[in-house]
Design a protein around this ligand. Sequence first.
Ligand code: GLU
Length: 309
Amino acid sequence: MRETGSNDIHEAMAGHSNYVGRFAPSPSGPLHLGSMLAALASYLDAKAAGGQWLVRIDDIDTPRNVDGAEEVILRTLEAHGLYWDGALTRQSERLDQYEAALAELAQKGLLFWCSCSRKSLRGNIYPGKCRQHTAHREDCAIRLRTPPGEVRWQERSGQAHSENVEKTVGDYVLKRRDGIFSYQLCVVVDDADSGINHIVRGDDLRITTGRQIQLTRLLGYPEATYLHIPTINSRSGHKLSKQTFAPGVDTQNPNQTLTTLMQLLGLVTPTNALHLSIEELLRIAIEQWRLVATEGRYQPTAIENFVGF
Ligand code: GLU
């Protein structure tokens, strides 16, 4: 396991609360400006609360992992002064925990083994064909027998959300036929095991929140609070992402990048931002975040219309 380098901000701000937050990048490419925004927002939120900020590498979907991406991601965080607390974790090293969570769901009668091909389903809500197969079968995906009813939660923005997961996604896959555990299951198990109680991440993941809260409740884990920050769009109107070939953040100009990100988050930046040390700049950002975004007050409107590169 890899430990973070120490830095003064940690010593000054850590240990004053039970806040535990995280940034969880997938190593499928370098960090682009949109993922750095999520990294910075989650870091500032944790540090403004005197909490811990963990980093987890979401490398469960092994075919999508890119060689060397993890190293580039970690170097990029460090180049911007974003040092994580404690040991880095990787999903690829936690398969036993996911298996144990599945066993628990199976024991509750909430799983079934499904042999339907993706092609036969054509992206439709699962029609329930294999629901009666509640015991292990070879060469099958494992699906959740999604319980009926609304999953309700309130986001940090104050917005109330509700999703009837049975109707929106139906019986979703928790372990693929190729043996890979699903993102939904891993994130829920990881966050619970690490004691994550505050999740700050990009808006694009809001659509996964209903499923994740549902799984959290089915497994009897404590629930985290959610703050979804807007994503950055490219000029063509698409979210910056690896799929749209958004460029990796340049590590040569960390003050410039941090200043841009602070502005995107609606924070006031000092006029001498480019001449400050990264640590001084982050301290100012933490103070600013404390003013605009402490528990319950952040209204993520500042960057809704931001157009990037
Ligand atoms: N690993 C996920 C991603 O890169 C994020 C996980 C999460 O924040 O829930 O999209």
